[in-house]
Design a protein around this ligand. Sequence first.
Ligand SMILES: Nc1ncnc2c1ncn2[C@@H]1O[C@H](COP(=O)(O)OP(=O)(O)OP(=O)(O)O)[C@@H](O)[C@H]1O
Length: 312
Amino acid sequence: MKCINIKELSKQFDQHIAVDNLNLSIEEGEIFGLLGPNGAGKSTTINMICGLLQKSKGTIEILGKEQKGISDVEIRKNIGLVPQDIAVYEELTAYENVNFFAGLYGLRGTALKAAVEEALGFVGLLDNKNHNPSSFSGGMKRRLNIACAIAHKPKLIIMDEPTVGIDPQSRNYILESIKKLNQQGSTIIYTSHYMEEIEEICTNIAIIDQGKVIAEGSKEALKSMVTDIRKLSIEMASEAKPMLDDLLLVPGVKHAELNGAVIEVTSSVEVNNLNMILEKLMAQQIEIQGVEAQKVNLETVFLTLTGRTLRD
Ligand SMILES: Nc1ncnc2c1ncn2[C@@H]1O[C@H](COP(=O)(O)OP(=O)(O)OP(=O)(O)O)[C@@H](O)[C@H]1O
């Protein structure tokens, strides 16, 4: 069954169209990635799915039922939202926080107690259950945020950039937890502008830009869209400021950017232009230490479709 079926969804804020006739279909059991740069419309879409924001136009079906907008409380019981901004009460303990949110979904008595303990155990916070989140690290707060969203065992869990601003250990913990929640039967929607995370955990992906889905499919299908592209990393002997516009004059070169002492060039595979690229740099007195060809990744897909990088 389809977990989500969105048709022609739009959201307009005054004159600004944040979500623009977006169509999206997600099957049950997936870890589905929404990848897009800042401001692409990911959070706005999610807030409409969860019924936290009124849509301007379109339909959203969740598990076969049409969502009736912000008054549709029933549908929310099937959804667990981990919002982008941490939403926990600092003056309550970790236990009381999860207890509060799970209670909102109608759990009571021993079922509520068991659900709270299980959720805290799942995110590795049982030993800290009587502590207030004000004493927690950023990663622990994020994990508590997740426990609050999953205790009522929702069929659909939506995570809006849950790894922003945390240490690598907590990040790995969260990514592993997502895989486990999925194995236990939940469908996951995961938004991020970190393409590495999306590549690591997601089964299918939609790339969103300017409120629209610009590409959708499995990682392999998306990458196969750009088999005619290659990426070159040219390492300079020391940090310099090459004139990148010069490289764009070389036939086949589509994009060039600087990352410290490395120049990243995206080019068509059909043009044999490495010599010309290197000549342009040498003409600028740039000393080259090494050249490496990279595999196509989702960033390349985005770049090819939009002419911009995910973090422009
Ligand atoms: N309440 C609002 N009022 C006016 N404009 C808004 C509002 N919420 C979002 N926007 C605008 O809508 C666009 C989409 O924002 P949204 O937060 O959905 O993007 P996003 O893809 O989630 O980006 P990010 O990765 O930065 O969270 C942006 O241009 C944003 O400024």
